[in-house]
Design a protein around this ligand. Sequence first.
Ligand SMILES: NC(=O)c1ccc[n+]([C@@H]2O[C@H](COP(=O)([O-])OP(=O)(O)OC[C@H]3O[C@@H](n4cnc5c(N)ncnc54)[C@H](O)[C@@H]3O)[C@@H](O)[C@H]2O)c1
Length: 158
Amino acid sequence: MGKLQNKVAVITGGASGIGAATARLFVSEGAKVVLVDLNEEKGKAFESELKALDADALFVKANITNEEEVAHIFKQTIEAFGKVDVVFNNAGIGRVHSSHDLAYSEWRNTVNVDLDGVFLVAREAIREMLKAGGGHDRKYGVDVRLGRVARIGCLQCG
Ligand SMILES: NC(=O)c1ccc[n+]([C@@H]2O[C@H](COP(=O)([O-])OP(=O)(O)OC[C@H]3O[C@@H](n4cnc5c(N)ncnc54)[C@H](O)[C@@H]3O)[C@@H](O)[C@H]2O)c1
């Protein structure tokens, strides 16, 4: 039995790169995965690829900087799989520039995605985990963010 057997994992930025690699690993450990991304073409293709391997996978197109779209991610997840156990808060943008060459609009966009977006996803995930806290067979929900905003939140629900 896999380490994540029957766990439901939401992975933002799940259509490519680190998010997609994480989804593959989670599926190999028995998880059901929700792939969240702006890129619909890649997201749908990856969802099909995982389903062809008999994995439970769902692609949800969403922009993590949009409050309503973030709420929709979790609504879709609950409808499809009934719960949320793990959130990999991974979607982000990172362009390397010298500060003196960086347009303010690009700075704002980076802050918007890498900070505000991460906050919106974490907030909605915690709300969902708190709602489920008493009624499920588990005590912990986990929300992980790697990279420039290093943060691991472990929430005791039970
Ligand atoms: N690769 C690295 O060396 C590295 C280093 C430090 C931090 N990181 C961070 O790790 C994360 C993943 O990196 P990666 O290399 O896999 O990047 P990537 O560009 O391959 O994947 C990021 C995914 O996030 C999606 N995305 C971007 N903005 C989004 C938004 N607003 N809403 C929904 N989806 C969105 C993209 O469509 C893409 O599929 C990023 O947050 C990145 O900043 C990566």
